[in-house]
Design a protein around this ligand. Structure first.
Ligand SMILES: [Cu+2]
Length: 129
C-alpha cells in the first residue's frame, strides 16, 4: 500500500514538473512599454537578472542596469554587436539605450566576458501575450 502511494506521489510530481516546464513562466522577460520606449530593469549582482529580455524591432529600447555590487567583474556591460561598452558605477542605475532595427539576438556580457545576458529582438508587431 505504502509503495503504491509513493509511486503515485512521484508520478504526480513528475507530471507537475512537466506541466511547469511547458506552461510555467518563460525565462525571457518582456520589456515594458512606455509609449514608444521599451523599458527593462536589470539587476546586476553576480549576474544579470532577468538574464533574457524580449523586445520588438524598430522601437527604442532602454535598459536600466541596477548594479547592486562593486568589484571589477560587472563594472562594464558590453554589447559587442552594437559597439556599446558602458561603465556601470557600483550601487547606481545606469541606462543603456539603443534601437534594434533587425530581429535577432543581441548578447551582452561583462567587460571580462564572464557574465552573460541576452536581448531577444522579435520581429515588429509580434503578438505580445
Ligand atoms: Cu566579469
Amino acid at each position: 500500500m505504502v509503495g503504491n502511494i509513493t509511486v503515485l506521489v512521484i508520478a504526480l510530481a513528475i507530471s507537475v514538473g512537466i506541466l511547469w516546464y511547458f506552461f510555467g513562466p518563460r525565462k525571457a522577460e518582456q520589456a515594458n512599454r512606455e509609449g514608444a520606449l521599451q523599458v527593462a530593469h536589470i539587476v546586476v549582482k553576480g549576474g544579470y537578472s532577468p538574464q533574457e529580455i524580449e523586445v520588438e524591432a524598430g522601437s527604442p529600447v532602454r535598459l536600466q542596469f541596477d548594479r547592486q555590487e562593486d568589484g571589477e567583474c560587472s563594472s562594464h556591460v558590453v554589447f559587442s554587436d552594437l559597439g556599446i561598452d558602458q561603465t556601470l558605477p557600483a550601487f547606481e542605475t545606469t541606462t543603456v539605450e539603443f534601437t534594434p532595427e533587425q530581429p535577432g539576438d543581441l548578447p551582452y556580457a561583462c567587460g571580462m566576458n564572464m557574465l552573460h545576458g541576452m536581448v531577444h529582438v522579435l520581429p515588429k508587431g509580434t503578438e505580445r501575450t
